[in-house]
Structures are given as structure tokens and as C-alpha cells.
Design a protein around this ligand. Structure first.
Ligand SMILES: [Zn+2]
Ligand SMILES: [Zn+2]
Length: 175
């Protein structure tokens, strides 16, 4: 959703509250594409603090399905949206981007709620996603979900990835 800021900019001291629905059904980024499984409207409060400065507060949350790092099962992951920022509308978009915190969700006279939510998700992206603390993952040989029980595969033979690592170690020894 795009919020038109021209109304708030026209009256100093004015406050405007917008319940902005989120339209994205997938979160797409370099990390991949993740389905949105729950979303509520984002509550956006705009305050014209004078001299063409608008204070923007946005609160809400969105839940994405992200695969477990180990077993690839979808894990519902909640992202909080909670920002409070002041934007000087006198500055051009280029000037605002030059300012350290890049506010890319305001273009011209409109605030792009999708872009704002997108930024918040990226900022809060978890380092690890696990379906549970002690997820056993999937068998690298047969692909069985080991949380559902062990498989018949021989797990004692060295993992090819470990072989690469020991290669590196032996190279170090030669130096
Ligand atoms: Zn898992
Ligand atoms: Zn197996």
C-alpha cells in the first residue's frame, strides 16, 4: 500500500493514523522467496512536526514460512515491524539516501508500506532457523527426516564435506 503524504504535509502539527494493509503474499529477496502465512495491517502514525518534517511511526507484525536449516520443514517465523523515524521532506531522495540511514520507502510524496515492511524483515532476518532446538535434520544419504526415526544408512563412513576439510588441514601441515 502507498500512503499519500501530501495531506499530512499541508498542515503543520497534524497527526494522521493509517491502518495500512500489507499486500505481499511472498517475501522476495536475494535469500529466496518465502510465503507470508499471517499478516495484520501495519499501524502507521504520521505527525507533521513542522518545517516539512514528518515523523513516521509504524507498528505491526508479519509471519513468514522459512525452512528449517536442518530438515527443511517450514517454520513460522514472526517479524516485528516497529519503526520510528523523522523524514525531512525538504531533502531530495538522493540527499536522504546520502544520509547514513537510507530511507528508501519514501519516494516523492508517498510512503511505500510494502518497502518499509520489506526492510524490517531484512534487518531482522534470523541467522539460523530451526524447527526445534535439537532438530536432527535429514539423512544426507537417503533424505529421511531423522526426527521421525533413524534410517538404515551407514553413518560411520566419512562425510565427503569432512574429507575436504581434512584435505585443507593436511595442506596446512605441509607448509
Ligand atoms: Zn528441523
Ligand atoms: Zn539414510
Amino acid at each position: 500500500m502507498l500512503i499519500d503524504l501530501s495531506e499530512i504535509l499541508s498542515i503543520e502539527g497534524k497527526t494522521q493514523v493509517v491502518e495500512a494493509p500489507v499486500s505481499m503474499d511472498f517475501f522476495q529477496s536475494k535469500l529466496g522467496s518465502f510465503p507470508v502465512i499471517e499478516k495484520k495491517p501495519i499501524c502507521v502514525t504520521l505527525v507533521n512536526t513542522g518545517k516539512k518534517v514528518v515523523k513516521i511511526e509504524a507498528k505491526g507484525s508479519i509471519v513468514l514460512a522459512i525452512p528449517c536449516d536442518k530438515c527443511l520443514k517450514d517454520v513460522p517465523t514472526e517479524f516485528e515491524v516497529d519503526i520510528s523515524e523523522e523524514i525531512d521532506m525538504k531533502a531530495s531522495r538522493e540527499d536522504r539516501i546520502k544520509d547514513l540511514d537510507e530511507i528508501n520507502y519514501v519516494t516523492g510524496c508517498s510512503l511505500d508500506v510494502e518497502q518499509l515492511v520489506h526492510n524490517e524483515i531484512l534487518i531482522h532476518w534470523p541467522l539460523r532457523v530451526l524447527c526445534k532446538e535439537n532438530c536432527r535434520g535429514i539423512c544426507p544419504k537417503c533424505g529421511k527426516d531423522l526426527n521421525e526415526g533413524s534410517c538404515e544408512c551407514d553413518q560411520t563412513s566419512p562425510d565427503p564435506r569432512m574429507a575436504v576439510i581434512s584435505d585443507i588441514f593436511s595442506k596446512f601441515k605441509e607448509v
